[in-house]
Write a protein that binds this ligand. Structure first.
Ligand SMILES: [Cu+2]
Length: 490
């Protein structure tokens, strides 16, 4: 055997490397050629929603939803994001407590992934639970961009300890495709607990009426959809979820929509909600229906004790008819999947919380959300305390400077008739008052604020760096419903 360099390394490879000075070893470990834990490629591709519904849209790794990433709490991960589209992209790690430069929002200073280029991100995942990743690109009037595309994927961060026993774990991503613009269109809001507050309604209605009088009865654009899917398949088009009698199935459900609110029910079955937005709730409660706002997540256990073939689907006959559902099939059961309208339910976050009064905040920040009807080329313009967040071309003054370690309470008042799924980046918050009730212990990163309602959320400023706050409806955030917070690192 000739002793060349290759054989020498093979003979003594390990010990040679082990004997190398620390400086060299760490350089080897950090060599740019080292493979990332995950590579996510953004490119246009085809998604087969049904046998005769094939659409072209931007996808992660050529699939919808993007691949499930199972990360480990506290264990650093490296992700390469490769952008094969012709425009800059941003991949946002929704619901994670990570630095601004990897969070994936340009407003916070995260560098975009250039067209034809790539970017490596390293961060320590957390908190544990069900999170997700999605594009944070502004779409504006271009309905091929932003979250109107297929750029959504689930993340599960393994906790150090598992809380619940279950037999099967299933991830569901709810998403509409084929967006179109229309004028007006009213959202069904009767499902949310709480009632309209008179002075908010008076102000909101006065503003709408004044605008319609001036502009000639035109309401701002809304977005509607042609195709409705769960895990990228229209109802009846994919494989059913196969279960066995007696199983406890843990569903992790993500509303990956650009702006819709979704509901889910299944005849003869109830959902025991164990986590909201990935965070365990103080009181897991059984409910017959789930309501999930844009970007919200629900983790719920269903006991499979009612054999048959069922539709797990949206309460809206129209949306379910256009695909928003999936078939659940018990082993040995056959026949047409059964759908049954569930009993009426008011969705009330406080049932999962405790009535203990939450800790007192150091600061209370008052916020009023309002709509300027059709004020932006036919699109509604949205304001927070009278200011609309401008387009990305301008430098933006932070709305608020947070002090590290302080507890903040946002007192949010909605002067519009729409429901807003309000999202805070890089932090989780605690619901402290909603639907007219005090509560505590429900930890989230998105909350639905009802039309003409108010709510309070608390968070501790414990993750310094620029922080974005916005409505998670793409149409609302793109037209002003956003604010930036600066941070004092002292
Ligand atoms: Cu909104």
């Amino acid at each position: 055997m000739t002793i060349d360099r290759r054989n020498l390394l093979k003979l003594g490879g390990v010990s040679l490397l082990a004997a190398a000075p620390t400086r060299i070893r760490s350089a080897l470990a950090q060599a740019p050629a080292a493979k990332a834990d995950y590579t996510i490629e953004i490119a246009n591709g085809l998604a087969e929603l049904g046998s005769s519904q094939i659409i072209s849209t931007a996808l992660y790794n050529g699939q919808f939803p993007g691949p499930l990433l199972r990360l480990k709490e506290g264990q650093p991960v490296t992700v390469d994001v490769v952008n094969k589209t012709d425009h800059p992209e941003l991949l946002h790690w929704h619901g994670q407590k990570i630095p601004s430069d990897v969070d994936g929002a340009e407003e916070e200073g995260s560098p975009p992934v250039p067209p034809g280029g790539s970017r490596r991100m390293t961060f320590t995942p957390g908190p544990s639970g069900f999170r997700f990743y999605h594009t944070h690109v502004r779409a504006g009037a271009d309905l091929s961009r932003g979250q109107y595309s297929g750029l959504v994927g689930p993340v599960y961060i393994e906790p150090k300890q598992n809380l619940d026993a279950y037999d099967q774990e299933i991830f569901l991503v709810l998403k509409e495709f084929g967006p179109t613009l229309s004028r007006g269109g009213d959202m069904d809001m009767n499902f949310l607990a709480g009632s309209e507050i008179k002075d908010l309604k008076d102000k909101g209605e006065a503003a709408i009426n004044a605008s319609i009088k001036k502009a000639g009865a035109a309401k701002g654009y809304e977005v509607g959809y042609q195709f409705f899917t769960i895990n990228g398949r229209m109802l009846g088009q994919g494989e059913p979820i196969r279960v066995q009698r007696g199983q406890r199935v843990l569903f992790h459900i993500l509303n990956g929509s650009a702006g819709e609110i979704r509901s889910l029910a299944m005849a003869g079955h109830r959902f025991r909600v164990v986590a909201t937005d990935g965070n365990p709730v103080p009181h897991p409660v059984e409910v017959p229906v789930l309501w999930i706002g844009t970007a919200e997540r629900v983790s719920a256990i269903v006991e499979m004790n009612h054999p048959g073939v069922f539709i797990l689907g949206d309460l809206s006959d129209d949306d379910r008819g256009h695909g928003m559902g999936i078939v659940i099939e018990y082993a040995g059961a056959h026949g047409k999947p059964l759908w049954q309208k569930p009993p009426a339910l008011k969705w009330d976050y406080t049932v999962f919380g405790t009535s203990t009064v939450a800790a007192e905040p150091d600061h209370v920040v008052e916020m009023v959300f309002a709509k300027k009807n059709a004020a932006d080329g036919g699109f509604n313009r949205w304001t927070i305390n009278g200011a609309a967040y401008p387009d990305m071309m301008q430098m933006v003054e932070p709305m608020l400077r947070l002090s590290k370690g302080h507890r903040y309470r946002f007192r949010m008042r909605n002067e519009s008739d729409d429901i807003h799924p309000i999202h805070l980046h890089r932090h989780s918050f605690e619901l402290t008052r909603i639907a007219g009730k005090q509560t505590s212990g429900v930890i989230k990163d998105v909350v639905m604020l009802g039309g003409y309602q108010e709510a309070e959320i608390d968070f501790v400023a414990d993750n310094p760096g620029m922080t974005l706050f916005h409505c998670h409806q793409q149409l609302h955030m793109d037209f002003g419903f956003m604010a930036l917070f600066d941070y004092e690192n002292v």
